[in-house]
Ligand binder design. Sequence first.
Ligand SMILES: *Cc1c(COP(=O)(O)O)cnc(C)c1O
Length: 456
Amino acid sequence: MSDKANIIDIVKLDQQHVWHPFGQEQTAPVPLPVARACGASLFLEDGREILDLACSWWVNVHGHCHPAIAEALAQQASTLEHVIFSGFTHAPAARLAEALVHALPRTRVNGKDKGLDRVFYSDNGSTAVEAALKMAFQSWRNKGERRRTLFLAFEGAYHGDTFGAMSVGRSSGFYAPFEDVLLKVRFTPFAETWLNDTEVEEREAAALAELDAILELDGMRIAGFIAEPLVQGASGMRMCRPEFLRAVCERVTAHGIPVILDEVMTGFGRTGTLFAMEQAGVVPDLVCLSKGITGGFLPLAATVASTAIYDCFLGQDFSTAFAHGHSYTANPLGCAAGLASLALFQTEQTLGRINAIREANLGWLAEAAQLPGVNRARALGSIAAVNLGGTGEGDYNSFLGPKLKARFLESGLLVRPMGNVVYLMPPACITPAELARAHVLSLEVLRETAPLYAKS
Ligand SMILES: *Cc1c(COP(=O)(O)O)cnc(C)c1O
């Protein structure tokens, strides 16, 4: 099948009939047909091997086509592929819910146990966020509180592409055409940091002072606060200290505002712990999970709520119910993949592997930081990132981004720069030899290209 005629056919059909996401179709390069994938590698129809250092848009965890997940899926597919999730349930959904609740952290508040106890399933990160925003908002309505009509979010946040998610992520700059129809949101500064940053405490103090001012003015009107814990993904792998996240959440909680942590990107080991919130010692009222939840096999998402939030929706009639649901809610195949992926964290010591990747990435960052035009080296879990040229926000319109991406591909690496930000995020299965190859090749690309950014 991998002959030349077949490749031309795939590309031709794609170019005629497919609309790809997140790109200018008129100028986008012709997409590369992928034939198969294994471990950390993608194999193109033309025979080339590409190391996947983006985990295929941050979804892959243990590597491609992991046999344990493939096997669990095959079994589930011939047992129960899907069923309506209203009035029915099934073993994969119930078991995965239990596993998630047990895997998520708990704490004590005023002597009472607090955890994330109720799993609401949907099918992608945006819907997990949308459900969380609606839950936070309606929980106030159900309590008879009508003044809370605003949301609070971090500057630079990204939470997905549906309307609610766009609203809390609009400072990312992706959604200008929709500005007039978005929800009302207050944005508070995100105190970014990096390795050898000597001014982080001043930056954090200034950010917290601004947050205090917002809460003083509008605290009683805010229905919920949403944040990406420890690292803002789409705005350029911007990282903050756990202390900062914790201080923000404490202030928000003190105003009675529910905290929503969007762990869609950070969840399932990406930051070196199963969930990023563990490092900050924060247990939110709602958490959003997706991307890595199935190990990268299938679309599935979960919004997990505290008992206090869940209880706001209980009553004798439909008026206080959460009137929200998706056709593929709790898809048994997705849930089976989720269970198999979680089991691998034990059997393959996935977190240990991710922390070993971090150690190796620190060496790469130290070398990269020596190159002219490379700055703000930073690492968390399997993620390592640098800024090229200026220290400003990632500019998706930068003409250099696509050139850089093409240059990485020529070297056999899937690295997707975001504006002037270059990051590596390999899957946990990457071998030391593969990672070393990725480091050497990507340093070559940076050595050639970073000076271009310094000039632009
Ligand atoms: C990717 C992402 C989303 C959106 O998830 P989709 O599945 O692409 O809709 C939401 N929040 C964060 C933090 C993300 O990285």
